[in-house]
Design a protein around this ligand. Structure first.
Ligand SMILES: Cc1cc2nc3c(=O)[nH]c(=O)nc-3n(C[C@H](O)[C@H](O)[C@H](O)COP(=O)(O)OP(=O)(O)OC[C@H]3O[C@@H](n4cnc5c(N)ncnc54)[C@H](O)[C@@H]3O)c2cc1C
Length: 527
């Protein structure tokens, strides 16, 4: 049996980040990925539509930690960000549109088209988010304290968190609302224009099986405003060549550092002896040995499928089974003959209306109604659709003259009441999404060359994401920071000796961030 210092189960971006940091510290590392390609949900695939480079799941970046880009010299391995400017384009059926994310002056001008009062409030709203971010962001790269069996370092860390929260003064109240509350009352308090609120509210529901009026959505909104692109805060970007541009760069860096990467290597079991890991067994029977194993798979896969539940304490196992994997997010990738021409800002030539994320949502009630269908087990009759067209800024992802569209859609519940996600149901749902785009950009449907429809069940089958949950488990307050994945085990170290979690199932959760992988490697090296 080949043996290693550490084995990483899964070659998602976090698994690759962990592998790189371990190898930099001269550890002998093996990464085992069950798919034919590394990257997990951060991947570019060329098999989907001939000639196109499709970001199958994740489609934009801002959360990926800049220190990892520097430490691993990812730019030397071809990683390049293309700023998403403007950030968003929201066309409306009355012929108006709202375009956000250019300069500060442009934002003010755009919002003034809908409300002068909101234009004045917008900068203050952004300042408020920045104030909260100044307290939350440093925690992303920290190992959270153990709140179940705290030692002196845990108490000291909690005290230091309290001290930085103290800097917020009376703003602590706002911060608490962001961490625990619903997005809708916050947006309703700050703004009067439904057009602006609908644009902002769509960020509050990404990946969440919730409507903006439900607690927990304010944090999802906030999670999406953290991050940066090339030093510019809050700015999102496309990755050149698709999101796999990041994970391919990570894989190249890993190989240069001596990491061995095996694809088509599906781990069936984590092997243990006397309460400690000893290695892994693949579905093809191959076995590899290591005293340290980090799982990039989610907690359900790790503890219910790869380990025998009897290997962990019953209370821990019960806590793992309380994690919510509810999801109603679907992804539709579309190959296009040409860019859509929006009635609110016509033109097939690539323009600002194609470069940002296109929000097709008139108001917050539209989102609430879409959620209501899903709440009762039905795919939304009128889904909330947001589209990005990376080929409008990156010609490398489509053949000359052709284009790609990523549609992120809510709500497509994992389980359909009295039905199932067969081809007919998938196509019916995708047709409804296309009808919505057609409403804003007539002629869109005629321009479609091909489409790939991924419901939560497809995301589960493709990426081994339980329930199709895009964050490897819901991002509610009871599952953030010192409570992720479960209280007492937020320090990446699991209750089997030598076993760690290094993916988004661990703090700070989902998104292409790299922080779970980096933090986990630090803890493994300490051990
Ligand atoms: C549709 C969709 C859209 C998204 N959009 C964005 C976005 O635009 N921006 C953003 O920042 N985030 C986005 N996200 C979230 C983000 O992509 C994920 O949170 C992130 O990629 C998770 O990375 P990870 O490395 O933690 O885990 P994953 O990407 O889930 O990787 C885990 C890896 O482990 C492998 N694996 C699992 N089990 C085994 C096993 N038994 N043996 C071997 N290998 C195994 C899997 O195949 C996978 O490759 C999106 C996610 C989805 C699904």
């Amino acid at each position: 049996m080949n043996t290693y210092d550490a084995i990483i189960i899964g070659g998602g971006h976090n698994g690759l980040v962990a592998a790189c940091y371990l190898a930099r510290a001269k550890r002998k590392v093996l990464v085992l990925e069950r798919r034919y390609i590394v990257g997990g949900a951060c991947v570019t695939e060329e098999r989907t539509f001939a000639g196109f480079k499709v970001s199958t799941a994740a489609y934009v970046n801002s959360l990926f930690r800049p220190e990892i880009i520097r430490d691993l010299r990812l730019k030397d391995y071809g990683f390049e960000l293309i700023e998403r400017n403007p950030a968003s384009f929201s066309p409306f059926l009355d012929g108006r549109y709202l375009m956000l994310g250019g300069s500060h002056e442009q934002n003010i001008g755009e919002i003034s088209k809908f409300s002068k009062k909101d234009a004045q409030s917008y900068s203050k709203y952004e300042e408020m988010l920045l104030r909260v971010a100044s307290v939350i962001e440093p925690t992303l790269v920290q190992t959270p304290p153990n709140v179940v069996k705290p030692g002196i370092p845990d108490f000291l860390q909690l005290a230091s968190l309290g001290k930085s929260a103290h800097k917020l003064g009376a703003g602590i109240d706002e911060a608490l609302e962001i961490l625990t509350g619903a997005a809708r009352p916050i947006l309703d308090r700050w703004f009067e224009s439904e057009e602006l609120k609908a644009t902002l509210a769509t960020d509050a529901i990404i990946g969440a099986f919730a409507a903006p009026s439900m607690p927990g959505t304010a944090y999802v909104l906030f999670h999406h405003v953290m991050g940066e692109t090339n030093g510019k805060r809050g700015v999102w970007a496309y990755v050149k060549g698709g999101m796999g541009g990041l994970t391919q760069a990570l894989a190249k860096a890993a190989k240069d550092l001596g990491v061995e990467i095996r694809t088509d290597a599906d781990v069936a079991k984590i092997l243990t002896k006397n309460g400690a890991v000893t290695g892994v067994a693949l579905t093809n029977g191959d076995e590899y040995g290591a005293k340290m194993i980090a799982s990039n798979a989610d907690a359900n896969v790790t503890f219910n499928r790869l380990l025998d539940p009897a290997d962990v304490p019953p209370a821990f196992h019960a806590a793992i089974n309380r994690i919510s994997y509810d999801s109603a997010s679907a992804k539709i990738n579309v190959a296009l003959e040409r860019l859509p021409s929006f009635t609110a800002l016509p033109g097939h030539e690539a323009g600002p209306q194609h470069r940002g994320t296109v929000h097709l949502c008139p108001d917050q009630d539209f989102i609430e109604r879409a959620y209501d269908d899903a709440k009762y087990g039905q795919p939304s009759r009128e889904p909330v659709v947001e589209c990005t067209m990376p080929s409008s800024v990156d010609p490398t992802v489509a053949p000359p003259g052709k284009h790609l569209m990523s549609m992120f859609v809510q709500y497509a519940p994992y389980d359909i009441k009295n039905g199932r996600w067969d081809d007919a149901a998938k196509n019916e749902f995708a047709d409804r999404c296309f009808d919505i785009v057609e409403r804003y950009a007539p002629g869109f449907k005629d321009s479609v060359i091909d489409r790939q429809i991924l419901t939560p069940r497809d995301l589960e089958a493709t990426f081994n994401l339980t329930g199709g949950n895009i964050f490897q488990g819901a991002m509610n307050l009871d599952k953030l920071f010192m409570f992720r994945p479960v209280p007492g085990y937020a320090g990446y170290k699991m209750p089997v000796k030598g076993l760690y979690l290094c993916g988004s199932a661990a703090h700070p959760g989902g998104g292409v961030m790299g922080a779970p992988g980096m933090n986990c490697a630090r803890e493994m090296l300490k051990a």
